[in-house]
Design a protein around this ligand. Sequence first.
Ligand code: BES
Ligand code: ZN
Ligand code: ZN
Length: 470
Amino acid sequence: MTFSYSTQVAEGIDLIIPCSKNKLDKVLNSIQLKDPNFEGDFGTFITHYNSEVNKTYLLGIGEDKHLPKIEEAFRSFAFETKKYWSTKIQIDVNGLDASAIVKAALGLGLAEYNIGKHKTEAPAESDVEVIFVCENDVTALIDEGYETAKTVNSIKSLVDAPPNVKTPEYLGKWAQHSAEKYNYTCKVLDEARLNDLGFKALLAVGQASVNRPVGIVTEYTPKPNDAVDLAIVGKGITFDSGGLSIKPSTNLHYMKSDMGGASVVLGFVELVAKLKLNINVVGIVVSAENAVGSNAYRPGDVIGSHAGKSIEIIDTDAEGRLGLADGLSYVIDEYNPKNLIDIATLTGSVVRTFGYSAAGLFTNNTDLANAMESAGHKVNERVWRLPLWEDYEEDLHSDVADIRNFSGKPIAGAINAAKFLEAFTKNHNSWAHLDNAGVAFGSSKYAKLKSATGYGIQLLTTFVKDYYKL
Ligand code: BES
Ligand code: ZN
Ligand code: ZN
């Protein structure tokens, strides 16, 4: 897809007119259409034929309450009708405000996502030109939307990729390639380096797999003399079998999505660099495969960690928090960031709590919580806060080590996981943890089985723009 912009509707090219419910009459009058059997409901569309342009599609964008997910209307429309488009199509965006124009380009770009990368017959790539018609120059808005779409599509590809392909090393290569392309830095810490640096917990998780753990450190620092504004750490378990505390086999293949925090970190840093946002960010991915093998770490083991704390392993399926503990401790020591976020598909408990409708948010900073909540509502990638009360601390007490990785009780699982992470944040005063286990991967009308959602990229970019007033 390529985009261009024009001030006038051209004759002979199919036209898309987005219609909100409250502006419907105006649009119908302008194209002299009566009783069209179309109310502008969100995501609906009709096709109208007239002489000036070949075909006019009226696309319903619903009401104000639909604005946070308006890109979805464009995406599903493009997904269904693309096959009928010729080489050019125009879209009249005069009725949309700036943020809706960004979202229109985003939605059209998201419709290009191809989940069937591993089919032997590749689907034909479309090379359609989309002309945005507007009185004002909207080139920058289109760019922002389409660049966001391309990043979201590529991180969805990572999450949907098979776990034999997307090894920890592969994630490192992805990041290096992205960093070269978009001018930021990337270091991949291999096993030997992780060992030197003391990532003992991450190495324990990955010790049974031939696909060795890596750490990925990306930096985008447009203000080289300033402090790091934000560090973000992501869980990159490329496959979570549960380890010796093995998971049941039903739906086990979905555990390829257990790097759905890492993918957000990789995509977020890429997009911040692409959009040249004036903020110093560091992105860290802690990646390993939680495999079963004769060298696997065991329940009962006591392992070390980057922070120097010893950890008693109760359940090898509570592996994400171990890698993250090292990532958090490392990034605090190395970068002393002003704000610190981690994102991880950490617990089944958060899925039981919020279903597929929100990520769990845990933070010791209420300003951060408010800014995240409001960003989440704006882009329909919601977060909801859960507590970090002291009451939960005793559940992680260990008789033999400094802490244990699981309470052993079937209650408050997401909170306990967050409390475990908190123990490795060295009293950082502005830390937030997002448990995106329910929202990273899910059902959609675009695939028969569950697939990646891309959740988090819009949330975090909107959050940083608002919070840092960029
Ligand atoms: N990767 C899982 C969490 C998960 C569950 C992600 C469902 C996506 C969908 C995590 O490593 C895990 O296994 N958590 C266990 C922890 C328990 C053993 C303490 C859980 O939540 O059941
Ligand atoms: Zn697990
Ligand atoms: Zn996991």
